[in-house]
Design a binder for this molecule. Structure first.
Ligand SMILES: Cc1cc2nc3c(=O)[nH]c(=O)nc-3n(C[C@H](O)[C@H](O)[C@H](O)COP(=O)(O)O)c2cc1C
Length: 336
């Protein structure tokens, strides 16, 4: 998990668990930085967090160590995810009302990263109508929560209010990022690479020269993004055979995503095929105006030495870079 996690620690008895959380997150490969409230420093010395995170610990909004940046903005921008653990009733109340009177709350208002709050407090505090109101406000503002667990509380009560265990929080964070980086998980992607031929008459075929690199790179990138990939890398196969294969795949894997990156000659009278319900992207040069192979698709990529994706031109000689740009577009665009 090579991600930047900013841990905001507020002043509850569970601060000691936040030290273990930094350790677990670091072991999981995260880069961790810590901001503490003044109350949090009553419980644990910042040195513990500094040693565990191997980074400076921040707590004073006006202590600008690096003159080239404003620390709270820099941290807010640096973070891929902000965890507030433990989140006190006080910090929850301030955030719900847009109050920014210390380094933690100021940074929280300055970030666009996802913020997760792990409330931890006395059971009656957690049940207080004001706290409930603030939590509801934060939920409607888009904040995520790591709910406190039930058990013995430091105050002597038994109930809901314990900070979730560091191992569990770390696992949730890891799950979040692995889902994020594997957007094609559970999807089948069929990619053609190379070249197909089209029969011209009984004895002749028309083919093109193609090395298959773009299709191979797209397939490789789809695997990295978590897809089940079927690569049809052909040098001497009929386009009719491809159609049969595709229909077979579609029956077998109903949500197949088809990418026709193989070079198929664009000639008059070449077959046009639609496969209903199959999401597809077709590459090709518009030699005779329209792509020869038409699969149900609203996405068409005009392709020669450069490929036009969404109005932007990419150098198609760098297949890997092209494949990354391709998937970024597909996963953001309507073709998803
Ligand atoms: C021993 C002790 C334990 C505390 N534990 C909690 C707690 O678990 N949760 C909480 O919301 N407040 C707790 N508080 C109260 C907060 O420290 C207090 O509301 C403080 O103003 C919070 O400041 P902060 O939100 O800026 O960190 C505790 C206070 C003391 C003295």
């Amino acid at each position: 998990m090579n991600k930047n996690i900013l841990l905001c620690v507020s002043g509850g008895i569970a601060v000691y668990k936040a030290v273990a959380l930094v350790s677990k997150l670091s072991q999981a490969g995260a880069n961790v930085k810590v901001i503490m409230t003044a109350s949090a420093r009553q419980f644990v010395n910042p040195l513990s967090f500094q040693v565990m995170s191997k980074n400076d610990v921040f707590f004073d909004t006006f202590d600008e160590k690096d003159s080239s940046v404003i620390a709270h903005i820099d941290l807010a921008d640096w973070a891929d995810l902000i965890l507030v653990a433990p989140a006190t009733a006080n910090v929850i109340g301030k955030l719900a009302n847009g109050i920014a009177d210390d380094m933690v709350t100021t940074t929280l208002l300055a970030t666009t990263a996802p913020v997760w709050l792990a409330p931890a407090m006395n059971v009656h505090m957690y049940d207080h109508p004001a706290v409930k109101r603030n939590l509801a406000q934060l939920a409607s503002d888009g904040y995520q929560f790591i709910e406190p667990s039930e058990g013995f509380l430091a105050c002597g009560y038994v109930g809901k209010g314990r900070l979730e265990e560091p191992e569990k929080i770390t696992a949730i964070v890891q799950g979040f990022f692995s889902e994020k980086v594997k957007p094609l998980a559970g999807k089948t992607v069929v990619v053609t690479a190379g070249a197909f031929y089209v029969p011209l008459d009984e004895h002749h075929v028309i083919s093109t020269k193609a090395n298959g690199r773009i299709g191979q790179a797209i397939a490789e990138e789809a695997k990295i993004l978590g897809a089940n990939v079927i690569l049809i890398d052909e040098k001497e196969a009929s386009v009719h055979k491809l159609f049969e294969q595709l229909e077979g795949y579609q029956k077998q894997y109903p949500s197949t995503f088809f990418i026709h990156a193989a070079n198929t000659p664009t000639i008059e009278g070449a077959p046009i095929l639609s496969i209903e319900g199959m999401t597809a992207v077709t590459f090709g040069q518009k030699v005779i105006g329209e792509p020869m192979l038409t699969i149900v698709s609203d996405t068409w990529i005009d392709f020669s030495d450069t490929a036009e994706i969404n109005g932007q031109f990419w150098d198609a000689t760098d297949a890997t870079q092209f494949a990354k740009a391709f998937w970024t577009y597909i996963l953001q665009g309507d073709a998803q």
